[in-house]
Design a protein around this ligand. Sequence first.
Ligand code: PGA
Length: 251
Amino acid sequence: MRRPIIAGNWKLNLTITESKQLAQQLVNHLADVADRDIVIAPVFTALTSVAEIIEKSPIQLAGQNCYPQTTGAFTGEVSPKLLRDSGCHYVILGHSERRQLLGETDSFINQKLLKTLEADLKPILCIGETLQEREDQQMQEILSRQIKGGLTNLTEEQMGDVIIAYEPIWAIGTGKTATTEQAQQAHAFIRNLVLELFSPGVAAETRILYGGSVKPDNVDGLMGEEDIDGALVGGASLKAEDFSRIVRFKK
Ligand code: PGA
C-alpha cells in the first residue's frame, strides 16, 4: 500500500513571522493525523524557525529547491546537506516555475536528485506538460522525457525514496484542475514509465502526487483515483483551514 502524502508548496510567500503563524495553525489542526504524510515547504529563510514549531507534530519539512553540490564556491546556492541540517526531510525538484523561469533542464534536475538522495532527503520530482504541448498531443513524449531525464542513473533501491509530482502547467495557479480522468490517465502513464525503467515492484510502490489547483472541493475526487497517491498544493496551502481539509481528504 502506498502511504498518501499531502505537500504544501508555499513558494515565494510569507515572512518568518507569518510562516511560524501558519505552521502553528497547521500543528493545531493536524496534530492527530497518523495515516498519511504531511509536508510543508516554506522559503529557505523560514526553515529553521518552522522546524522548531513542527518538531513534535506529524508535519515534516521540505526545501523548495537545492543545488547539486555539498559545499564550495557556489554563491547563492543551498545544498541538500544544509537542507537536512535545517530540519528538512524532503525537497521539491524541477518545479515548472523553475524549469520555465530559470531554465532548469532534466539533466541538471537529475544531478540534484542524485545529490539529494546522498544527503538522506526525499526528492519530490515535478513534471508536467504545457497546454500547448497537451493540445499538440505531445503530453506523453514530454512526460517520458522528464521522467527518463530526471531519473537517470538511479538504482531500484534509491527509487524507494523518490516521489513524483505530476503537475500539468496549465492547471498551476489557474484554478483549472485536470479532471479526475485526465489526472488518472497521466498518472497511469507515469507509473508505466517507472515500470519500464525499473520494475513492477518499484512501479507499484512509487508515490505519484497530483498538483495544479488542488482545493478542498476537488481533493476527494482526485484521491479516489487508483494511481493518485497525494497532492502537491500551492495556493491552498497558504490557508490553514484549506490545507488541513486537503490533508484530511476522504476517498
Ligand atoms: P497551485 O500550485 O496549487 O497554486 O496550482 C501547485 C504547485 O505549483 O505546486
